[in-house]
Design a protein around this ligand. Structure first.
Ligand SMILES: [Zn+2]
Length: 287
C-alpha cells in the first residue's frame, strides 16, 4: 500500500488528485462502475464520466460480469453516449450459479442483453484458478467455451479474464478458434506470452498493474507488444495505478497508466494516445 495522504482539492483524504489531461483522448477499455468497494458508495456514473472526460478519457467500456451488473450496463449505455458495454458471467460467478442450478437461465439472460447494439463486448469471461479452486475448473472452462461461441455468433469482441491460467486460456482459444476481436483484459502474462498473443492477433489491455514497482515482467511484456495491439484500462474500482496504489480506482486515473506505458514502449504520449484510441474503435466499432 502506497496510498498518499495528500487530500484532493476539496476532496477527502486518500482520494487521488486528478492527473494532468492527456493531449489526445483515449478509451478506458474495461471498468466496473456498478461495483462499490467495501464500505464505499457506488460511483456516480455521470460524475465518473465527467471527471474522466476532463483529463482526456472521453469514452469507456463498462463491464457487467454478473446478472445485476449486466442489467446495469445495458441501462447505462442507453443513458450515456460516452459508454459502451460488455456483459458476461465472470469465471468466479459461474461455479456458484452452476451449483444453485441457475446457470442456464443466466446464460439466456446474458444472451438477450448481449443483443443490445451498444453492448459490443462479451466479457469478462475466461479462467480464474486463483480465486476458484479445482472443483470449479470444469464449470469455468465450459462457460469460457460458451462465451467464446456467443462472441462469434454475435460478432462482438471477447474480453478475457485470465488469472493464473495462461496455458489453459490460450489452449481453449486455440481449440475453439478465437473470435476475430479478442482482448486479454488486465494482461498479466510475460514477454513470451505477449509475443504469442500478438502473433495470434489478440489485443492486450494493460491496467494500473503495469505501473507497480514489482511489475518488471509485465513491463517487459508491454515492451514487446506491437503498438497496434495495445489497449489501456482501469479495471476500476481495483488496480489503482501508482502513486495511488491501494486507493479506489476510477476512469479519470487512466492518464497515469498511459504515461507509464508510453515510457515503457519508448513512444511519445500523443502517439500512444492516438494508437489506443484508433485500436479501441477498430475493436469495438465507432461510438
Ligand atoms: Zn474486470
Amino acid at each position: 500500500m502506497t496510498t498518499r495522504e495528500t487530500p484532493a482539492p476539496g476532496g477527502r483524504r486518500g482520494v487521488p488528485v486528478a492527473p494532468d489531461p492527456l493531449p489526445i483522448a483515449v478509451v478506458d477499455n474495461h471498468t466496473h462502475l456498478d461495483i462499490a468497494r467495501d464500505g464505499e458508495a457506488a460511483p456516480d456514473v455521470a460524475h465518473a464520466i465527467a471527471a474522466a472526460t476532463a483529463v482526456g478519457v472521453d469514452r469507456l467500456v463498462q463491464i457487467g460480469c454478473d446478472l445485476p451488473g449486466a442489467r446495469f450496463t445495458v441501462e447505462m449505455v442507453e443513458r450515456h453516449p460516452a459508454m459502451l458495454g460488455g456483459v458476461a458471467l465472470h469465471p468466479n460467478e459461474v461455479p456458484r450459479l452452476a451449483e444453485t442450478g441457475g446457470l442456464q437461465d443466466a446464460y439466456d439472460e446474458i444472451e438477450r442483453l448481449a443483443a443490445h447494439p451498444r453492448v459490443r463486448v462479451i466479457g469478462e469471461t475466461g479462467l480464474d484458478y486463483y480465486r476458484t479452486g479445482p472443483d470449479g475448473v470444469g464449470a469455468q472452462q465450459e462457460s469460457f467455451r460458451w462465451h467464446i461461441d456467443l462472441a462469434k455468433r454475435t460478432g462482438k469482441a471477447l474480453q478475457i479474464h485470465d488469472r493464473d491460467a495462461h496455458d489453459d486460456v490460450l489452449g481453449i482459444l486455440a481449440q475453439e478458434g478465437a473470435p476475430e476481436k479478442t482482448v486479454l483484459h488486465c494482461f498479466s502474462g510475460d514477454l513470451a506470452m505477449a509475443r504469442e498473443c500478438a502473433e495470434r492477433g489478440f489485443y492486450l489491455s494493460f491496467a494500473g498493474t503495469v505501473t507497480f514497482k514489482n511489475a518488471r515482467g509485465l513491463r517487459d511484456a508491454l515492451s514487446v507488444t506491437p503498438l497496434e495491439r495495445v489497449l489501456v484500462e482501469t479495471d476500476a474500482p481495483y488496480l489503482t495505478p501508482a502513486p495511488w496504489r491501494g486507493a479506489t480506482n476510477a476512469p479519470y486515473l487512466v492518464p497515469l497508466t498511459v504515461r507509464a506505458m508510453a515510457g515503457v514502449l519508448g513512444v511519445a504520449v500523443p502517439t500512444l494516445c492516438q494508437a489506443v484510441s484508433d485500436t479501441s474503435e477498430a475493436v469495438y466499432g465507432p461510438w
